[in-house]
Design a protein. Structure first.
Length: 368
């Protein structure tokens, strides 16, 4: 049974120019209240009162909601002091009082969307906070008693240099955060940049240099590269995201959210309706359901396993799918061992830093 739950809060003050997620800006207070009412009904419909290990509020901008509304949602779930309870926040939507109250109602981990400490870059990508507000957000979270703080950065942004990106990472470490997530800029259909391509954007080579430099810099500063996009001080891995990468089940609540469950022996991935009105009318059913075949599950296990820095565990995957991994994928393994993109470990195989850069290409070989 799922021991993790993701809750999607799709509201933002404004839409960032790179964002193609399910999010809506300019919504009235009444629309937010209606959404929360629907969300509570969905949780009542599907949640089976399991004691959760992780609970994650993502968005959008969950911190845009009042603490009272967030508390109403939290109180629908069964969790305790051992549960990792995360909320994503935008620096523009929080102050010390809000952080204190978020802590009081049960959140014990915050993920702050910084993206950059360069004010010119922030403005060019449509972020509404400044570097100063991002720094203050980290400091206020610490002052409110949060000792599990993550920050997000994007690399490859317009006018961003390798040195300025590395300076951002050094600044975050100096602030005392425990966890850093890094995402290469991807311009996808549905975002402002898709129809209005930015100038002075990093090419693939510069993005690759930024990624490799980040690995080297953060590891030298005491951070563990535990997943393709994530780094942490020892013991501060995101338990919620590890649940995804370990191929475990989870609830998905809210507009556009996804979940993964097992029902009568069938492994099912599902998605909710994304449009607010559609979600309101159809909270009790799913927009999409995919029943995974054994082959699909194997491919997902390979994909998710290689995202982790410790890679694929041969004993685990062979037992789970009754296969001989080394024999089944012998030619592919040899190809990438010889090229240096895959490394043999005590338990199986993992990507090298260069392998992470070409992960999509390599994984396509495994799933074709």
């Amino acid at each position: 049974m799922p021991l993790s739950a993701y809750v999607h809060i799709p509201f933002c003050k404004s839409k960032c120019k790179y964002c193609s997620f399910v999010s809506y800006s300019g919504c009235k207070e009444s629309e937010q209240s209606d959404y929360v009412d629907t969300l509570l009904k969905e949780i009542d419909e599907f949640y089976k009162n399991e004691q959760l290990k992780t609970l994650y509020f993502g968005g959008g901008t969950p911190s845009l909601l009042s603490v009272d509304k967030l508390s109403l949602i939290l109180n629908k779930f069964k969790f305790d002091s051992e549960t990792e309870v995360t909320i994503e926040v935008n620096p523009e939507t929080v102050d010390l009082e809000k952080f204190v109250n978020l802590k009081k109602v049960g959140f014990n981990r915050v993920s702050i969307g910084v993206q950059s400490f360069d004010d010119f870059i922030l403005k060019s990508i449509g972020r509404i906070h400044t570097s100063e507000k991002a720094v203050k957000a980290v400091e206020m979270a610490q002052n409110a008693g949060f000792n599990n703080i993550s920050v997000d950065f994007i690399y490859g942004l317009p006018n961003q240099s390798l040195n300025s990106f590395c300076d951002d990472l050094k600044k975050a470490v100096k602030l005392g955060v425990n966890h850093i997530s890094l995402y290469g800029l991807k311009i996808e259909e549905g975002c402002y940049f898709y129809n209005n391509p930015p100038k002075n954007i990093a090419d693939d080579d510069l993005q690759a240099d930024m990624y490799l430099a980040a690995i080297n810099l953060l590891e030298n500063l005491g951070f563990f590269h535990y997943e393709i996009s994530n780094f942490c001080q020892q013991g501060y891995e995101s338990k919620h995201n590890l649940n995804y990468w370990n191929d475990e089940t989870y609830y998905g609540f809210g507009a556009g959210s996804h979940g993964y469950c097992v029902d009568n022996g069938e492994y099912i991935r599902y998605a909710n309706y994304s449009l607010l009105n559609e979600y309101k009318d159809n909270y009790h059913k799913k927009a999409e359901k995919v029943i995974l075949t054994e082959q699909m599950r194997l491919e997902e296990s390979i994909f998710l396993g290689f995202r982790r820095s410790n890679g694929i565990d041969l004993e685990e995957i062979n037992k789970k799918f009754s296969i001989d991994f080394d024999n089944k994928f012998a030619l592919i393994i040899k190809k990438y061992l010889d090229s240096g993109h895959i490394i043999k470990t005590e338990k199986g195989y993992k990507f090298s830093p260069q392998g992470f850069l070409l992960s999509n290409i390599i994984l396509a070989d495994f799933i074709c």
